[in-house]
Design a protein around this ligand. Sequence first.
Ligand code: C5P
Length: 236
Amino acid sequence: MATLINEGKAKQLFETDDENVIRVHYLNQATALNGKRKEHVDDKGIVNNQIDCLIYNYLGQQGIPTHFIKQLSESDQLVKKMTMLPLEVVIRNRASGSFQRKFDTEYLASFDEPVQEFFYKSDRLDDPFINDSQIHALKIATKDQLKLVREQALKVNDALQALFDKAGITLVDFKLEFGFDADGNLILGDEISPDSCRLVDAKTHDSLDKDVFRKHTGDVMTGYRTVLARLQTTVQ
Ligand code: C5P
């Protein structure tokens, strides 16, 4: 039996024979309100693992250094063990979610350039917004590391926008997490899926992501399955 290292909101992490490699198992679980609401959702783990593997394969092809090694099964994948920065890096191409609420903007209003925001990862503090000087004051990352995080996040945004555009999907906003591999390289880690991205149909603006679960507006898996099917056709 493989040893469980950590259980998150929608994933379990297991040790492997290689100390620098982790097996990620995607759970059929959806959460909202920072884990305070948790529900079983059939097939979610399988669909999200497949979406995440497809996206990470694609980002690797675009030359972006990531934790991803390979897909193992419908629900499992192998990744590099990382020391994570305690930051959520949010990129926004259009106004929605907390940005829309905070600044009372029109839903899906576009920006001249992508908006970048950082949040400090802390369940206890509810992941507060954090700026560059606060990041330096708390010694979370050096100026050079933060510059690289910003550059890599924008590269990921360019690559993902191109991918989703081809699939007829608008990438509204998303969250990334970065960290260091065993050799000290700064690389992209964590899940990229409709759990961590806002995605809307480019024509109808129908929501294809976790907002459906957050707002109780329908069957969350309908959108997730649409995203997987369209991405599969796009990368063929
Ligand atoms: O809620 P907010 O508008 O700030 O979220 C921005 C983006 O970051 C959304 O795509 C959301 O799914 C993602 N996010 C996330 N995990 C969090 C907070 C936000 O994946 N803890």
